[in-house]
Design a protein around this ligand. Structure first.
Ligand code: NAD
Length: 275
């Protein structure tokens, strides 16, 4: 797709690009295509993988490594960003990790230190990041902040486990910050994305079944990473300047569906085979 210059003149920070599958990777490419300029950030441990440099080169961006659970590193990041951009117009928070999920601990056996870490990485990090930028008063009026979430915040997806709680907290932080940011003319929204084949996505047990279930009932099918990135471009642009404190579904219609003909047929076939 050709760019339309929707983000020309805008600068920001994009957190969470890990590899080519990452939502943030696609977001970075789409923001660059639309004329936006940014710093990429991820946890220092990711620097070992050496994957981000190619994206940084292609998008003429620099990388600042910072752990989103470390207030000092996040403050330092924004000081550096201020040195290069002065002020910024957008932040993309695309960070998530379920510690118990990763270590195959079921919800009824949560290890609480890991649970705390999950909430810290996946939800509190949004507050920490926004706070560090606001402390330096470096987000311009008209600025836009976007984070990624999932319907597991509202509904129980059995294998999504602690991540449902983390996303519920994340979406609540969006509302709480949104009120305060609004007074400074800054907006913040969460995007509730379809299951997408990324490193974090595959970390959820039963991901393939969740993906296929969503595909079979979503009228438009599952939303892919590129369409997610395009949607986020609109939210970072001035076209959506009056949208804030919203949880916006980007899921091909999944969140409004109950069951579809396709899923009924699939289940009927399975029942016939079983009988
Ligand atoms: N993939 C899906 O199905 C799906 C659906 C809805 C929402 N989301 C959300 O989208 C966001 C991005 O995930 P993704 O699917 O692109 O997977 P991903 O694994 O590519 O991205 C997750 C990112 O979080 C980063 N991260 C983890 N701990 C960190 C820390 N302490 N400090 C800084 N960064 C840290 C990882 O390094 C990684 O880059 C997450 O919030 C995820 O929950 C994903």
């Amino acid at each position: 797709m050709n760019g339309h210059g929707l983000l020309k003149g805008k600068n920001g920070v994009i957190f969470g690009a890990l590899n080519e599958a990452s939502l943030a990777w696609h977001i970075a490419e789409a923001v660059y295509r639309e004329g936006g300029r940014f710093v990429l950030s991820n946890a220092p441990i990711v620097s070992r993988a050496g994957t981000l440099e190619g994206l940084a080169e292609r998008t003429e961006s620099s990388i600042i490594w910072a752990d989103a659970t470390n207030s000092g590193q996040i403050s330092e990041l924004f000081s550096e960003v201020r040195d290069s951009f002065g002020s910024i117009d957008f932040i993309v928070h695309s960070i998530g990790m379920g510690m118990n999920v990763r270590k195959n601990k079921d919800y009824d056996e949560l290890q609480y230190e890991w649970f705390h870490k999950t909430l810290d990485i996946s939800a509190m990090s949004l507050h920490r990041i926004v706070r560090a930028a606001m402390d330096l008063d470096m987000i311009n009026r008209g600025g836009s902040i976007v984070t990624l979430t999932y319907l597991g915040a509202q509904r129980t997806f059995s294998k999504y486990s602690e991540m449902g709680d983390a996303k519920a907290l994340l979406e609540s932080i969006v509302r709480s910050l949104g009120y305060r940011l609004g007074k400074k003319g800054i907006r913040i929204n969460s995007i509730s994305q379809s299951p997408t084949a990324t490193t974090a996505g595959h970390g959820i047990e039963g991901f393939d079944s969740m993906f296929e279930f969503a595909r079979q009932i979503s009228p438009l099918g599952n939303a892919d990473s590129d369409s997610c990135a395009d949607y986020i471009v609109t939210l970072l642009s001035d076209l959506t300047r009056m949208v804030t404190m919203q949880n916006l579904y980007h899921d091909g219609g999944f969140s409004t569906m109950g069951i579809s003909d396709e899923l009924i047929e699939t289940l009927q076939e399975a029942l016939t085979t079983a009988s």
